[in-house]
Design a protein around this ligand. Structure first.
Ligand code: ADP
Ligand code: MG
Length: 915
C-alpha cells in the first residue's frame, strides 16, 4: 500500500531513469539541421573525425550525441527511416550495457545501429546477436547500409562458413550472427594450435537481440563439441592382445603396489614397440613420438588393467539384466560393495573390458562445452533488447548484472486486452475459441492464435480444418518461410496458429507486408516496368487491406492457455497493437490447463464455484487474472531458483575453463614456451622427490629405489639414486638438485641435437596437445563428479561445497598430470623422419557439435529426492539436421507434409520433395 502511494508521488525508479535519458534527447535533435546540411561524403567523414577525437582522449560518452545524430541522418538517407526519440533512448540504454525493453514493432533492429556504431568507433569490434541465421543475414544486410555509408565494415556469421570467411567477418567493425555460431566459434578457437588460426578477436561489446530468449530461456543450453567415441574399441582390443603377450614375462614391467603405478622397463618398451609395429598399430616413428600419444596412452591403461587390477577383487564381470550385456562392475575398496554404473575414466574401464573380453562400451567424450549463460558473461560489456524483460528484471540483474529499462512506445498502445475467459473443460474452451475466430473472419479481422506446444498447434489446426477455416500453422523449423507467414498474418481474415516461441523477430503489419510479398511473389520476374507495375499493385493492395483490417479492429491475439511465465504471454499479446495500431487480445482457459492443474487449482476451483461457473458457460472476472498471475509468479520464482542453483555448479567449471583457456591462449601466442617447460620439469622432480623422501625422514626410510624408478619412467635416465642415498650427510635438496641437473643436461643435449628452433616447436606442440588431453579428461571427471555428487547429499554435507572442493582437487591433479606427461614425453622425443604435424583434436574424425536444446536436456530438472540438488544427466542426443531455407542441400530433411523450404507455400512433397 505504502509502496504504491510512494510510486504515485515519486514515480518508479524506471520513470526516474527515463527522465534522465529524455533530458539528453534534445541535444541530439538539435544537431539534426547541421547533419542534414552535410553532403554524403561529409557525413561519412564524421567517422574519421570521431576516431581522431577518441585517439585524442575523448570518450564514447562525449561523442554520443553527435554519433547518434550522425547515424540517424545516415539512416534517413539509406533506409528512409528516422530514429524516433524513444529509439534514441533505447540506443543510450544499450550503450550503457543495459537491457532496453521495447515492445514488438518498435524497431529494435534500427535501435541497435546507434550503440553498435558508437562502440565500433573504438575498432574493437561489436557483436550483434540474433536468434537465427535468417535474422542475422537480414539485419546485417538491412542495417549494413547505414554502417557502410558511414565507412564501417559489417560481417555476418552464419552456419556453413569457412574459417577464412569467419575470420574476415569477425575482423569487421560490426559482426551480426547467431548465439550458436558465436558460441561454437569460441569453443573451436580454443581448440586450435596456432594463434593465427583463431577466428574471433578479443571480446568487446555484444548486443543481444531477444535477450530474454537467449539469456533466460536458453541460458543453460550447452554447446558441446564432442569427440571420437566409438571408433577406438578396436584399438583397445588390439593393444590388449599386445599387452597380454607382453606381461607374460615379468621382466617387461615394474610395478609399485603402494602408488599403484606401473611402468615398462627398457626391455619392455622395446618389445612393446616391436609388437605394436607388427600388429600394425604403430605405423611410423617411435612409440614416444608426439604423433603416437594416443597409443602410449592406451598401452599404459592396458598395462594397468593387466597388472594392477584383479578380477573379483577390484571388479567383477556381471551380466547386466537390463540389456543382457556383460559388464565390468567396480567394487568399492572399503565396503566391498559393487558400484553399479560407475566407470573408470581415461580409457581404463575400456582397457578392463578388453582384458575380460566383454563388449567395449563407447564413451562420448566432451572436448569442449559452454552454456550460453557463460559464453555471454565473457563480454566485458553486454547489452540486450527485447519486448519482454521486466518480469525477469531480478534475474538479469543478479546473474548478468544487467539492469532493465522499460522504454515507452513511440505511439500509445491502444490494444484492448480483455480479461481471461475460463471454461470448465478444454473442449468447451476450444469451441469458444473457434466461435470467436468465425466472428473475426466474418468481419475480416485477422487472428493470431497462440498455443503452448507444437502438438497443441496441430490439434487446433485439425479443429479448424473440420470447420473449413483456412489457416497457417507456424512451427519453428523454417525461419525464412516463417517470417513470410508472420508478415502476412495481418492480412484481412487471416488465421495463424503459432506456438509461443515461434515467430520472433518479424513483426505483424496490418494488411500484410508489401515488401516481403514483392520479394517473394515477384522473385522470378526480371526487373523492369512490368515488375514495377506489379509491385505498385501489391503496395496498393496492402494499403487497402490495412484500412480494412483497421476498421475490423486490428489483429486479434487469442491465447489458448496461459504459459508458465508471464513473459511468454506478453510476447504473444505484444504481437498486436504495434506502433499505435488497433488490436485486441484475450486468453481462453479451462480448468484442465496445465497451469491450472498444477498451481492453485483447488483455490481456483473454489473461487470459480463461488463465482458460479457452470458447464458450457464461461466466467470472466478480474479475480481470475489476479489469481493466475500469482500462480505464474510462483512458477517464475521457482524456475529462477533452480537456474540460480545450477549456475553455482556451472560456475565451478566455468572458472576452470577460463583459467585453462587463458593459459592456452598464452601458449598459442608464444613462440617460445621453454621457460614453462623447464619450470614444469623442475616441479615434477620436486614432486617425485617429495613423494619418495618424506619430510624429516631418515635416509633409511627413503624410498630410493622408487625414486630411481620414477626418474627412469619420466626421463628414461638410469641414475644411481640408491648410491646417493647412502652418502654421508646428503639431504633431499641435494638429491633433487642432482636429478634436476641430470634432467637439464639430458634436455640440453636433445635441444642441441634437434636445434633450438625445432625444439621450441616441439615443446609448444607437446604442451598444447597435452593440455587438451588432460583438460578433456578433466571435463569427463568433472562431469562424473557432478553426476555422482547428489548421491552424497546425505548427512550434514553440502553437495555444492563437496563438488567445489573435489573439483579443485581434480584441477590440481590435472595440472600435475600435465607436468608429468609433458616432461616425460619431451624427454623421450626422438628425431623422426618428418611426420605430418598432428592435427588438433578439433579436426580429427568423429568430432561433432551438439547443442542440447532446453526441451531435450534432462539436465534442466533437479532430480527428485535429494533436496533439490542438481544431478545432471547427459542426454547426449545430437541435433537433427537443420533445414536451412538458404541452403537447398539441407532441404531433404524437410518432413514430407511440411511446407516447402523454398517458400512456395506448397507442401514439400508436392514441390522440391517431389520424387
Ligand atoms: P522489433 O524488433 O522492435 O519488433 P523491428 O526492428 O523488426 O521491430 O521493426 C519493425 C518495423 O518497424 C520494421 O518494418 C522497421 O522497418 C520499422 N521501423 C523501425 N523503426 C522505424 C522508424 N524509425 N521509422 C520507420 N519505420 C521504422
Ligand atoms: Mg526484432
Amino acid at each position: 500500500m505504502f509502496a504504491r502511494l510512494a510510486r504515485a508521488i515519486l514515480g518508479t525508479q524506471n520513470d526516474r531513469a527515463l527522465k534522465a535519458y529524455r533530458k539528453r534527447v534534445p541535444a541530439i535533435n538539435a544537431l539534426e539541421p547541421k547533419m542534414a546540411a552535410l553532403s554524403d561524403a561529409e557525413l561519412a567523414a564524421q567517422t574519421v573525425r570521431f576516431r581522431e577525437r577518441l585517439a585524442q582522449g575523448e570518450t564514447l560518452d562525449d561523442l554520443l550525441p553527435e554519433a547518434f545524430a550522425t547515424v540517424r541522418e545516415a539512416a534517413k538517407r539509406t533506409l528512409g527511416q528516422r530514429h524516433f526519440d524513444v529509439q534514441l533512448i533505447g540506443g543510450m540504454v544499450l550503450h550503457e550495457g543495459k537491457i532496453a525493453e521495447m515492445k514488438t514493432g518498435e524497431g529494435k533492429t534500427l535501435v541497435a545501429t546507434l550503440p553498435a556504431y558508437l562502440n565500433a568507433l573504438t575498432g574493437k569490434g561489436v557483436h550483434v546477436v540474433t536468434v537465427n541465421d535468417y535474422l542475422a543475414r537480414r539485419d546485417a544486410e538491412w542495417m549494413g547500409q547505414i554502417y557502410r555509408f558511414l565507412g564501417l565494415s559489417v560481417g555476418v556469421i552464419v552456419h556453413g562458413l569457412t574459417d577464412e570467411e569467419r575470420r574476415a567477418a569477425y575482423a569487421c567493425d560490426i559482426t551480426y550472427g547467431t548465439n550458436n555460431e558465436f558460441g561454437f566459434d569460441y569453443l573451436r578457437d580454443n581448440m586450435k594450435y596456432r594463434f593465427e588460426d583463431m577466428v574471433q578477436r578479443d571480446f568487446h561489446y555484444a548486443i543481444v537481440d531477444e535477450v530474454d530468449s537467449i539469456l533466460i530461456d536458453e541460458a543453460r543450453t550447452p554447446l558441446i563439441i564432442s569427440g571420437p567415441a566409438d571408433d577406438s574399441s578396436e584399438l583397445y582390443r588390439q593393444v590388449d592382445a599386445v599387452v597380454r603377450e607382453l606381461v607374460r614375462d615379468a621382466g617387461t614391467y615394474e610395478k609399485d603396489e603402494k602408488f599403484r603405478t606401473v611402468t615398462l622397463t627398457e626391455d619392455g618398451t622395446e618389445r612393446a614397440e616391436r609388437m605394436l609395429r607388427e600388429a600394425g598399430i604403430l605405423r611410423e616413428g617411435n612409440l614416444y613420438d608426439a604423433a603416437n600419444i594416443t597409443i602410449v596412452h592406451h598401452l599404459n591403461q592396458s598395462l594397468r588393467a593387466h597388472t594392477l587390477f584383479r578380477r573379483d577383487v577390484d571388479y567383477v564381470v556381471r551380466r547386466d539384466p537390463r540389456d543382457g550385456v556383460d559388464k565390468i562392475v567396480l567394487i568399492d575398496e572399503f565396503t566391498g560393495r559393487m558400484m553399479e554404473g560407475r566407470r573408470y575414466s581415461d580409457g581404463l574401464h575400456q582397457a578392463l573390458e578388453a582384458k575380460e573380453g566383454v563388449p567395449v562400451q563407447p564413451e562420448n567424450q566432451t572436448l569442449a562445452s559452454i552454456t550460453f549463460q557463460n559464453y555471454f558473461r565473457l563480454y566485458p560489456k553486454l547489452a540486450g533488447m527485447t519486448g519482454t524483460a521486466a518480469t525477469e528484471a531480478d534475474e538479469f540483474l543478479e546473474i548478468y548484472n544487467l539492469a532493465v529499462v522499460e522504454i515507452p512506445t513511440n505511439l500509445p498502445v491502444i490494444r484492448k486486452d480483455h480479461d481471461d475467459e475460463v471454461y470448465k473443460t478444454a473442449r468447451e474452451k476450444y469451441e469458444a475459441v473457434i466461435r470467436l475466430i468465425e466472428e473475426c473472419r466474418a468481419r475480416n479481422q485477422p487472428v493470431l492464435m497462440g498455443t503452448t506446444s507444437i502438438e497443441k498447434s496441430e490439434q487446433v489446426s485439425a479443429l479448424l480444418k473440420k470447420r473449413n477455416i483456412p489457416h497457417q500453422v507456424l512451427n519453428a523449423r523454417f525461419h525464412e518461410q516463417e517470417a513470410y507467414i508472420i508478415a502476412q498474418a495481418g492480412a484481412p481474415g487471416a488465421v495463424t496458429v503459432a506456438t509461443n516461441m515461434a515467430g520472433r523477430g518479424t513483426d505483424i503489419q496490418l494488411g500484410g507486408n508489401a515488401e516481403m510479398r514483392i520479394r517473394l511473389e515477384l522473385a522470378n520476374m526480371p526487373d523492369g516496368p512490368e515488375k514495377e507495375a506489379r509491385a505498385a499493385a501489391i503496395r496498393e493492395e496492402v494499403a487497402r487491406n490495412r484500412e480494412i483490417v483497421k476498421q475490423a479492429g486490428g489483429l486479434y491475439v487469442v491465447g489458448t492457455e496461459r504459459h508458465e511465465s508471464r513473459r511468454i504471454d506478453n510476447q504473444l499479446r505484444g504481437r498486436s497493437g504495434r506502433q499505435g495500431d488497433p488490436g485486441e487480445s484475450k486468453f481462453f482457459l479451462s480448468l484442465e490447463d496445465d497451469l491450472m492443474r498444477i498451481f492453485g487449482s483447488d483455490r481456483m476451483g473454489g473461487m470459480l464455484e463461488r463465482l458460479g461457473l457452470k458447464e458450457g458457460e464461461a466466467i470472466v472476472h478480474p479475480w481470475i487474472n489476479k489469481a493466475l498471475e500469482k500462480a505464474q509468479k510462483k512458477v517464475e520464482a521457482r524456475n529462477f531458483d533452480m537456474r540460480k542453483n545450477l549456475l553455482k555448479y556451472d560456475n565451478v567449471m566455468n572458472d576452470q575453463r577460463r583459467e585453462v583457456y587463458a593459459q592456452r591462449r598464452e601458449f598459442m601466442k608464444a613462440n617460445d614456451v621453454s621457460a614453462t617447460i623447464v619450470e614444469m620439469r623442475h616441479e615434477v622432480i620436486e614432486d617425485i622427490v617429495a613423494k619418495r623422501i618424506p619430510e624429516n625422514a631418515m635416509p633409511e626410510q627413503w624410498d630410493a629405489a622408487g625414486l630411481k624408478a620414477d626418474v627412469q619412467r619420466l626421463f628414461n635416465l638410469d641414475l644411481p639414486v640408491e648410491d646417493w642415498a647412502k652418502e654421508e650427510g646428503i639431504d633431499d635438496a641435494d638429491i633433487r638438485d642432482r636429478i634436476v641437473k641430470a634432467a637439464d643436461t639430458l634436455m640440453a643435449r636433445k635441444t642441441a641435437e634437434f636445434g633450438p628452433d625445432l625444439m621450441r616447436q616441439i615443446e609448444k606442440s607437446v604442451l598444447l596437445q597435452m593440455l587438451d588431453q588432460v583438460w578433456k579428461e578433466h571435463l569427463l571427471l568433472l562431469d562424473h563428479l557432478r553426476q555422482g555428487i547428489g548421491l552424497r547429499a546425505y548427512g550434514q554435507r553440502d553437495p555444492l561445497n563437496e563438488y567445489k572442493q573435489e573439483a579443485f582437487v581434480l584441477f590440481n591433479q590435472m595440472l600435475a598430470h600435465l607436468r608429468e606427461r609433458v616432461t616425460a614425453l619431451l624427454a623421450r622425443v626422438e628425431l623422426a623422419p618428418p611426420a605430418p604435424p598432428p592435427e588438433p583434436i578439433l579436426f580429427s574424425r568423429g568430432v561433432h557439435e551438439t547443442r542440447l536444446d532446453p526441451g531435450e536436456a534432462g539436465a534442466l530438472e533437479p532430480a527428485e529426492g535429494n533436496g533439490g540438488t542438481a544431478v545432471l544427466t547427459r542426454p547426449a542426443r545430437a541435433r537433427q539436421t537443420r533445414v536451412d531455407p538458404a541452403d537447398p542441400s539441407t532441404w531433404h530433411a524437410t518432413p514430407r507434409n511440411a511446407p516447402c523450404p523454398c517458400g512456395s507455400g506448397k507442401k514439400y512433397k508436392h514441390c522440391h520433395g517431389r520424387i
